[in-house]
Design a protein around this ligand. Structure first.
Ligand code: NAD
Length: 494
């Protein structure tokens, strides 16, 4: 095992303070768990132990809530300009340390360094964007329709926020919540995924350096998320739950939050269709498909899960995609040449094996990949399945791995119906040179976001989020900050 204080990036710089070895970050202090328990952080590229961090109990979680409560009034009353300047400093520090942070993400998550660098840049932008939003919270002043009085709408911080994030974007999923929450004047307790806590702790140290006061951001890791989160949600001072993760866990948390009528933002799973019409520029469509499918080795909520290609160009597209997928370099995330890193753990890889076997048993054509390599690390090769039948399980589940599942379609009407035939509604992608068709299809697809001739939709300036069972609310853009604000209406006779 590497001691946390000795984890160094490839350029030899240290980026984790010694105290991180203790884990929990509560009220600006690094603390061991009250039970003394720890949890193991595993490098998915080698299956070896990277570090041990504190494993919080309900007692520790409540200490974090106390700290957030104690800091709440002071932070809410801090001038928006000052809050914005501190957030801007978070952006600058993240940008200065981008290489170190990217390396840390690759180490604990396994994603290729190029993906990790992209994530750090994206994650840091949530601080820059929200530094600007902090001073632009817009209220309203209206004359009542009867003409008898005025209506004032003021926005206030919603209260203490519990934030829960997944392992697949350990930096960005945290900053996408912390940035707007702090800009709105809220204090928070973050519970990062236990697979990837080191990035969250490294960022906590950075926030302190940027001037975020003690108690405003608290971070607790735990292997007992359901009891720890339930305990926090039962505290009446907690007014917001912002969750990013799978749809099944989201449903459970919605039920838990309902007991206390807590405001919820939910960024959940996806089952993105990617549609290539026969008038598309094939190279643009291939570039877009590779990004939409292979970012983070396919472990993204926006990943293209079902690829539909129109019959006239079907064979040509399958052959070219196979060629690109076969040529990807598979290896450890921290190696500079890697294009496709490992899966997060053995369970995630077993799921892929089962989904591919199921599709092939039902008649899908295995064009490349499909065999687990005999080596340490949770690797699965870039895989192409063609002629995937409708009843294959992967049409209804998140693949969450480097498996491109392609099927043929004939008409626009047919492909829209097939694309919408899912309980999910996060992201969709369409490739066509016909602009009016692009907009027509966009309006009919039941998804919160659509890439038109693009394989990437994420942008801090845009509202990210899903419809149907992919979630509630939006993160980013001008919408993001309002998830952490409550409207206060004042009726006045002036
Ligand atoms: P997950 O739902 O298993 O876990 C997410 C977080 O919830 C983790 O911190 C986990 O510890 C915690 N958690 C798990 N069970 C809990 C419980 N009972 N109570 C409270 N917390 C609990 O998801 P994951 O495997 O970490 O991440 C992958 C999933 O996240 C995929 O479904 C993916 O689509 C989704 N995701 C969505 C978005 C989005 O913006 N919509 C972004 C990234 C990932």
């Amino acid at each position: 095992m590497i001691n946390n204080s000795t984890i160094a990036s490839s350029n030899g710089r240290f980026y984790l303070p010694d105290q991180v070895a203790k884990g929990l970050y509560i009220n600006g202090l690094w603390q061991v768990a009250s039970s003394g328990k720890t949890l193991d952080v595993i490098d998915p590229s080698s299956e070896s132990l990277v570090a041990r961090v504190a494993d919080a109990s309900e007692v520790d979680a409540m200490a974090a809530i106390e700290a957030a409560a104690a800091a709440a009034t002071g932070w809410a009353n801090t001038a928006p300009r000052k809050r914005g300047e501190i957030l801007r400093r978070c952006f600058e520090l993240m940008t200065e340390r981008a290489d170190d942070l990217a390396w840390l993400i690759s180490l604990e998550n396994g994603k290729a360094l190029s993906d990790a660098r992209g994530e750090v840049a994206y994650a840091a932008e949530f601080f820059r964007w929200n530094a600007e939003e902090a001073v632009r919270i817009q209220g309203q002043l209206l004359t009542a329709p009867a003409g008898t009085n005025r209506i004032i709408v003021d926005y206030q911080p919603i209260g203490i926020c519990v934030l829960i994030t997944p392992w697949n974007f350990p930096a960005a999923m945290a900053t996408r919540k912390i940035g707007p929450a702090l800009a709105a004047g809220c204090t928070v307790v973050l519970k990062p995924a236990s697979e990837t806590p080191l990035t969250a702790y490294a960022l906590a140290a950075l926030y302190a350096e940027a001037g975020v006061p003690p108690g405003v951001v608290n971070v607790v890791t735990t292997t007992s998320p359901s009891t720890v989160i339930a305990k926090m949600l039962a505290d009446p001072r907690v007014r917001k739950l912002s969750f990013t993760g799978s749809t099944p866990v989201g449903r459970t948390l919605l039920a838990e939050a309902a007991k206390h009528v807590i405001s919820c933002s939910m960024e959940l799973g996806g089952n993105a269709p990617l549609i290539v019409f026969d008038d598309a520029d094939i190279d643009t469509a291939l570039d877009g498909t590779m990004i939409a499918k292979m970012r983070n080795a396919g472990q993204a909520c926006t990943a293209a899960n079902r690829i539909f290609v129109q019959s006239n160009i079907y064979d040509q597209f399958v052959e070219k995609l196979q060629n690109r997928m076969e040529n990807m370099i598979v290896g450890p995330g921290t190696s500079p040449h890697t294009a496709c890193g490992p899966m997060i753990n053995a369970k995630a890889r077993e799921k892929l094996v089962a989904l591919v076997e199921n599709a092939v048993s039902l008649g899908a054509q295995l064009k490349c990949g499909g065999a687990t390599p005999n080596m340490k690390g949770y690797y699965y090769p870039p895989t192409v399945l063609a002629d995937v039948p409708l009843q294959a399980k992967l049409n209804n589940e998140e693949i969450f791995g480097p498996v491109a599942a392609i099927s043929k379609f004939n008409t626009e009407e047919e492909v829209i119906a097939r694309a919408n035939d899912t309980e999910y509604g996060l992201a969709a992608y369409v490739f066509t040179r016909d602009v009016s068709r692009g907009f027509r299809v966009a309006r009919q697809l039941e998804f919160g976001m659509m890439g038109l001739n693009r394989g990437l939709v994420s942008d801090p300036a845009a509202p990210f989020g899903g419809v149907k069972q992919s979630g509630l609310g939006r993160e980013g853009g001008t919408h993001g900050i309002y998830e952490f604000l409550e409207a206060k209406y004042i009726a006045t006779s002036i």
